[in-house]
Write a protein that binds this ligand. Structure first.
Ligand SMILES: [Fe+2]
Ligand SMILES: [Fe+2]
Length: 280
């Protein structure tokens, strides 16, 4: 099949060729290399989170009590698949690498805790880990990209954000129903999941990494959230606020949540703690 753009008759002399897609996009919003290195890092880590989410939602299906919620969980997994493809295509459009596999160890750790919850048949812990904790962090991330990203990134983040907000609502509704049946059991699930998963999630609110920058061939030390008009402390504050709000909306009493939030100080989850915990 012939392709008009590849036709030699239309190619023209080299110096008159249209600029590359990236330089065209860049000239519209004037973002430079450090911004795109930061986006490569963020998008790659986001894809890892999405891959974990696909596996979590899929593994949760057999625990779902009825067919409707099984269908809903599969739909959630499918939406996470779309997010992976959307983030990959964003990187292609802007000419930066986006990993298509999990690199950072925290995602494997969370995934392992999730599998333990499945083995324990603890649906409450599964929902808390995936729908509430992970989704809350995803929401903070995509909100930041929507607010401060270039127009293309911003609109893509906005679309993903809508799905993640819906996933959070699904989780909140499920947890509230389970709390009506047995609030004590869900409180125990929260304590179990919180201490395992929140340190892992919060340690990724950092521009230091274990292996990701090496894999992307970017300079870890040169990444700055200033390129998104924010900093680590600001995002940590926003993430902590969002997490507290999520727990509150799920119906957990302050007596249950206060000690958990306080414990975050000890593993550096609080905004006042130094940034770059996961750093090398
Ligand atoms: Fe997602
Ligand atoms: Fe999601």
């Amino acid at each position: 099949m012939s392709n008009a753009t590849a036709s030699p008759a239309l190619a023209g002399p080299a110096d008159l060729r249209v600029p590359s897609r990236r330089s065209h996009i860049e000239s519209r919003h004037e973002k430079g290399d450090s911004y795109f290195n930061l986006l490569a890092y963020i998008a790659s880590n986001a894809v890892a989170g999405e891959i974990m989410a696909v596996e979590n939602y899929s593994e949760m299906v057999p625990l779902m009590p009825d067919t409707e919620s099984k269908i809903e969980a599969v739909k959630q997994a499918h939406e996470e698949c779309k997010h992976i493809l959307m983030l990959s295509s964003l990187g292609k459009r802007h000419d930066y690498d986006v990993m298509r596999e999990i690199v950072e160890p925290q995602w494997f750790n969370i995934r392992r805790h999730f599998s333990t919850a499945v083995a324990n048949k603890d649906l409450g812990a599964c929902l808390l880990i995936q729908d509430l904790m992970t989704e809350t962090m995803a929401i903070v991330l995509y909100r930041t990209l929507k607010r401060e990203g270039d127009p293309d990134t911003s609109s893509l983040a906005g679309k993903i954000l809508e799905d993640e907000l819906e996933h959070l609502e699904i989780g909140l509704a499920r947890i509230r129903r389970m709390r009506e049946d047995d609030a004590d059991a869900i409180n125990d699930s929260l304590r179990w999941a919180h201490h395992r998963v929140m340190p892992e999630l919060f340690s990724m609110v950092s521009t230091s990494c274990h292996f990701l920058c090496d894999r992307l061939h970017i300079d870890c030390g040169a990444l700055s959230l200033g390129d998104l008009k924010t900093d680590i402390d600001e995002i940590r504050i926003e993430a902590l606020d969002a997490y507290v709000e999520t727990l509150d909306r799920a119906g957990f009493e302050p007596e249950v949540t206060a000690p958990l939030v306080e414990a975050m100080q000890s593993y550096g989850g609080m905004p006042s703690a130094s940034a770059g915990l996961a750093g090398h």
